[in-house]
Ligand binder design. Sequence first.
Ligand code: NAD
Length: 359
Amino acid sequence: MQDFEYQANPARVVFGKGSIRKVPEELLRLGLTKPLILCTPQQTLQAEDLRKILDGEVTVAGVFDNATMHTPVDVTDSALKVVKESGCDSVVSIGGGSTIGLGKALSFRTGLYHLCIPTTYAGSEVTPILGETQEGRKTTYSDPKIFPGTVVYDVDLTMTLPAGLSATSGVNAIAHAVEALYARNGNPVINLLAVEGVRALAEALPQIVQDSNTAGPRARAQYGAWLCGTCLGSVGMSLHHKLCHTLGGSFNLPHAETHTIMLPHVVAYNAPNIPETLALLAQALPESDGDAIRGLNVLLQKLGIKRDLKSFGLKEEDISQAADIAVSNPYWNPREVKRASIEELIRRAWAGEEARADL
Ligand code: NAD
């Protein structure tokens, strides 16, 4: 057995159907009585439902409903004004990674307690990571103070997540687990979470795509997302996350879709150096026939996800620049990151070709 270090991260998780009704007692047990609710413009109805649950039990300081993808600093600045004017004593983010990102940015700057109610499978709620954008550049940093304090997983809030976004968001979570399995600072505990997380999501996502009104698979996907998010929050990420940050931050490609398209290509690229990860993944992915890359390709096919970056706005002439950015300041990776291979990898993803382990 190899030596390892393991750092458990603090998190209080309340999981269950209808658990949004426990948010007042979760705040009161910490002496918090004046929360500010955060959401996107698309999720104001869910924020209003939360306000009704909280009203009377605590005093809602207000609703800030302009959370935006990639956490732009100017949005955080306007939310900070609301924080100061309202005199809130905590922030409650209800939404996906974008809303939780805003909650993290506010909590990090002010020290306010942050309770999260995730409604996608992105996993940000259990990580100390914050990516912020300013003047077209996304900067990602990590600090234990960024960790949200409490996470309330209520499957009811995910029922409105469209099937397509459920699928890509779920594969985004799988990508966290995959990179955790070959992380330089990986450990056996995180490997357990990663394999279990991939297994839960790989089972649940095709069922959700077939029938998005089904609470059982959605709860299982949420469980998988929590485990995979915990992996992201515990160990270092590699080439896959570097490529996705490049494509999202510099070419404005959508977060979950980009993760989904890139994942099989990166696993195929790293394949020669990650035999143990491939074996574990092959066990966790149905219909892999012992081949993890095949398992990922089959999963994406079943989910009916678009496989080409060009559909999401990447231009052929951007490929070379994307490769340049992706290989500059690279994250540690199990295989040497070669510029020419990365350009060809991005080209394949741009064109929507199946992943092949021949680079
Ligand atoms: P998102 O939060 O941007 O949500 C996408 C859209 O779906 C939004 O309009 C949102 O309002 C809507 N939506 C969310 N849940 C819904 C629901 N249940 N029903 C109906 N609509 C719903 O998407 P995301 O993929 O969760 O988050 C992406 C962002 O999160 C990116 O900025 C990414 O960088 C960040 N992220 C950060 C981490 C981290 O650890 N820091 C991890 C994952 C993602």
